[in-house]
Write a new protein. Structure first.
Length: 361
């Protein structure tokens, strides 16, 4: 495919286009952000400038080669069996890679894509069904009753809670969690979240699921000396990517995500993974929350729990009866704060939030 062209079956908001100029003229009238991205996409440059999400630091611009972005689109199409004329819904902002890649997939694979506002309840006013879409967890949470309008859905930009996973079990949509980052041009692995059957064909509860992330085509993975995931995916990244994500390798193309290496808490010689503890705590805490390690004279670090919202005296009692927690995983202190500090894309900034908590107490 020529760089300044697109698939003959591509449609945007049910409109077909004979050339790039027609497409740009159309997007200029209805969406400045979409127009700016498509103008860059069809330019003579070999790369696109993309902002990282800022989940592990300050957002920064990076260059992504258009050829690698197209490779990523093909990999998604193959993995999910999404061929030309697939109907897709774009409800994410195109300022970031996830939104951009929905358009790139449509342009490259010949999808019929509709664009709606990237609000927290994107399916509310939707009247038709779609084959494919991508959302963040908040959008999924608010769209539960309307998710039947999407056949296959990928979820990224944050962890899907146990409560949300439970809600997903009763819907027909195939929902997948994604693993990836801007540097890997969105996802390089996915994990099924619902409609999972046991070997005997029976539906099983999410708490019993043993599903792992499975890599897309042409992605090789291994661990470094810190047990962090290393990604060798030359089709989407010219460099080998050393992540800060601690994993268990299940096979050559499957892994279990345990948490961020920089979040690991060493409490009295016991290494604690906050993300796994949070998964257990989500059964008893309805508000947003996270756990973090803070300096302690005896333990080196001690585990504390930060909850967004009003102070509640019942949380401590609930912790004592939560059988899935080991004695090391029980928070030593509980703090409440009115509002978490977030990145521009809505991800919680743990360290900044804890600094805010310290100023409260």
């Amino acid at each position: 495919m020529a760089q300044n062209n697109f698939h003959k079956n591509f449609k945007l908001n049910n409109n077909s286009f004979t050339n790039v100029d027609e497409l740009l003229a159309y997007t200029f009238d209805f969406s400045k952000d979409n127009y700016q991205f498509l103008k860059s996409w069809f330019s003579d440059s070999d790369f696109i400038i993309v902002q990282t999400s800022g989940s592990t630091g300050k957002p920064k611009p990076i260059q992504l080669k258009k050829e690698l972005m197209r490779n990523s689109a093909f990999a998604t199409g193959v993995f999910f069996k999404l061929k030309e004329n697939t109907t897709a819904l774009l409800c994410l902002p195109v300022e970031y890679i996830a939104g951009k890649m929905m358009l790139v997939r449509a342009l490259t694979l010949g999808w019929h894509i509709d664009v709606v506002d990237s609000n927290s309840n994107p399916l509310e006013a939707i009247k038709q069904d779609y084959d494919f879409s991508a959302m963040v967890p908040l959008q999924v949470e608010n769209s539960i009753k309307n998710l039947y309008k999407i056949k296959k859905l990928i979820v990224g930009g944050g962890v899907v809670s146990n409560q949300l996973q439970e809600k997903l079990q009763n819907i027909s949509t195939e929902v997948f969690a994604t693993y990836g980052m801007t540097e890997t041009i969105t996802h390089i692995a996915v994990k099924k979240l619902n409609n999972i059957t046991s070997l005997r064909g029976r539906m099983i509860k999410q708490s019993l699921f043993n599903e792992f992330y499975k890599t897309l085509p042409n992605v090789n993975i291994y661990k470094d000396v810190k047990s962090c995931l290393v990604i060798d995916a030359q089709k989407v990244s010219e460099e080998i990517i050393f992540t800060n994500d601690v994993v268990n390798l299940i096979s050559e193309n499957q892994f279990e995500w345990l948490g961020r290496f920089d979040n690991v808490i060493n409490s009295g010689g016991i290494k604690l993974h906050p993300e796994k503890i949070e998964e257990k705590l989500s059964k008893i805490i309805e508000n947003r929350f996270f756990v973090i390690g803070i300096p302690d004279d005896k333990l080196g670090e001690k585990l504390v729990l930060i909850i967004e919202g009003v102070i509640s005296s019942t949380v401590g009692e609930s912790l004592k009866i939560l059988k899935s927690l080991s004695k090391f995983e029980i928070p030593k202190e509980i703090y409440f704060v009115d509002e978490f500090v977030e990145t521009e894309t809505g991800k919680i900034q743990r360290k900044m939030t804890f600094k805010k908590v310290i100023n409260y107490y």
